[in-house]
Design a protein around this ligand. Structure first.
Ligand code: FAD
Length: 355
C-alpha cells in the first residue's frame, strides 16, 4: 500500500475516530479536524502534484474515503465537498483562477465548497445564467451548500439559456445588492446528521460573475453523464459507514461475550469486505448496470450495519451522543447523497427484496 495512504489511515484512527461524536455536532471541533488534514496537505488528494496535490488514483482516493467515513462521517462529508471543488478547479481552463487557489487548497489555506447538485433536478432550472458584457448574471436558488463558516467560496452550478452548464466561483457569504448582485444565505439547516457541517441554501439575485471567476462551461446534461460515470463514488462513503457500524458491533460483542453478536459481526464483516473488493474492481469495468447494483448494495450495507450497531447497543443508542446513533444517522445521509433517479430505484428495489 502507498505509504501516504497508510499515514492517513493511522492518523484517522488515532486522531479523528475518537472525536467523531464531537466532530458530528460541534463546528469548532470539526474545524480543527479539517485543519489537521490541511496541515498535512491532504486536501487536494486527487489533484496532480504539479498543482500541489497528492495525485492519488481514483481507486486509492475512493478506498481512502472508506477509511475516512469509518472514522468520521461529518469530516468525510465536509472535506469531500472541498475535494470535489478542487477537482473542478484542477480541470479548469482558467489558469489565473487556478493559480489563485493552488497549492493553497491542498493545505486548507483556501477552502471551497460546491453547490451544483440542483443541476440534476428536472424542470425549469433552479439557477439560471445569462451572458452579459464581461461575464454572466446569475439568478435563482441553490438548495444545498455544505460548509458555511468553513469555506470562503463555493463553485456554483447554473444553467445557460441553451442548456449548457456554467460553473463559477462565488463567495460563500451574504452579499448585499449594492455590491453587484445579492447572495442571501439561509441559517445553517437543522439536520439529523452531521449538523456541524453547516449546510445552507442560497438565494442569488442578479449576481455578476466576472469572466475571471468562471471555472468552466460544460455541455448540456454533463452532470448526468458525470453522475453515471461516477455512479459508484458515493457508495464508498456508505461502505465506510458500514465498517463504522461494525466496529461498534465488534466492541459490544467483545464486551457482552454473546456468541450471536460475534457471529453477526463476522457475517456482516465478510459481506462488507466482499462488497469493497467488488466495488474497487468494478471501478475499471465501466459496466453501468453492475456499478449501479453495487452502489445500491453499499447503501444497503450502511443501513444494515448501522442498524446492527443500534440494536446491539440497546436503549443507549438513543442518546444523542451515542456512536451507534450517530452512525445510523450518517447512514441516512449517505443513502441520499449524490442521489440520481436510478439510485433511488435500485436502493428501493433492494429494500423490497430484503422484505
Ligand atoms: C445534508 C446535505 C448536504 C448537502 N450538501 C451539498 C453540497 O454541499 N453541494 C451540493 O451540490 N449538494 C449537496 N447536497 C445534495 C445532495 O447530493 C442531494 O441530496 C442529492 O443529490 C439528492 O438531491 P435532492 O434531494 O436535492 O434532489 P431530488 O429532487 O430528490 O432529486 C434526486 C434525483 O432524482 C431525480 N428526480 C427526482 N424526481 C424525478 C422525476 N419525477 N423524474 C425523473 N427524475 C427525477 C433528479 O433529477 C435527481 O437526479 C446535500 C444534501 C444533503 C442532504
Amino acid at each position: 500500500m502507498n505509504s501516504e495512504i497508510e499515514q492517513i489511515e493511522s492518523f484517522l484512527q488515532a486522531q479523528i475516530a475518537p472525536l467523531a461524536n464531537k466532530i458530528d455536532r460541534q463546528p469548532q471541533v470539526l474545524k480543527l479536524a479539517l485543519q489537521k488534514i490541511g496541515d498535512r496537505s491532504w486536501l487536494a488528494l486527487k489533484a496532480a502534484p504539479e498543482l500541489g496535490g497528492t495525485g492519488l488514483s481514483d481507486a486509492d482516493y475512493l478506498s481512502l474515503q472508506i477509511r475516512m467515513a469509518r472514522a468520521s462521517g461529518a469530516l468525510t462529508f465536509l472535506q469531500t465537498q472541498h475535494q470535489s471543488a478542487v477537482a473542478k478547479l484542477a480541470q479548469s481552463q482558467n489558469k489565473s483562477l487556478q493559480q489563485e487557489f493552488f497549492p493553497d487548497v491542498a493545505q486548507g489555506k483556501a477552502l471551497i465548497g460546491v453547490g451544483f447538485s440542483h443541476l440534476r433536478r428536472r424542470g425549469v432550472p433552479m439557477m439560471q445564467a445569462t451572458q452579459t458584457p464581461g461575464g454572466y448574471l446569475l439568478t435563482g436558488k441553490v438548495p444545498w451548500i455544505t460548509g458555511y463558516g468553513f469555506f470562503t467560496q463555493f463553485v456554483l452550478g447554473a444553467t445557460l439559456p441553451d442548456g449548457r452548464e456554467l460553473y463559477g466561483m462565488l463567495p460563500l457569504q451574504n452579499q448585499s445588492p449594492e455590491l453587484g448582485g445579492e447572495i442571501k444565505l439561509s441559517k445553517p439547516m437543522e439536520l439529523i446528521a452531521m449538523s456541524a457541517t453547516n449546510t445552507v441554501s442560497a438565494e442569488i439575485n442578479q449576481w455578476f460573475l466576472t469572466s475571471d471567476r468562471l471555472v468552466a462551461i460544460s455541455p448540456a446534461g454533463a452532470i448526468h453523464a458525470l453522475s453515471r460515470r461516477n455512479i459508484l463514488n458515493h457508495g464508498f462513503f456508505a461502505l465506510g459507514c458500514a465498517y463504522a457500524g461494525l466496529d461498534i458491533l465488534e466492541a459490544i460483542a467483545a464486551k457482552k461475550q454473546l456468541e450471536f453478536l460475534q457471529e453477526s459481526w463476522q457475517s456482516l464483516h465478510g459481506e462488507v469486505m466482499q462488497q469493497e473488493h467488488k466495488a474497487i474492481a468494478a471501478l475499471l469495468n465501466n459496466h453501468y448496470p453492475q456499478q449501479l447494483q453495487l452502489r445500491a448494495a453499499m447503501i444497503n450495507l450502511a443501513q444494515r450495519c448501522s442498524l446492527a450497531a443500534v440494536i446491539a447497543s440497546g436503549g443507549a443508542a438513543n442518546y444523542l451522543n451515542s456512536s451507534a446513533g450517530r452512525i445510523y444517522r450518517e447512514a441516512l445521509l449517505f443513502s441520499v447523497s449524490g442521489q440520481t433517479i436510478d439510485v433511488i430505484k435500485a436502493s428501493l428495489n433492494n429494500l423490497l427484496r430484503s422484505g
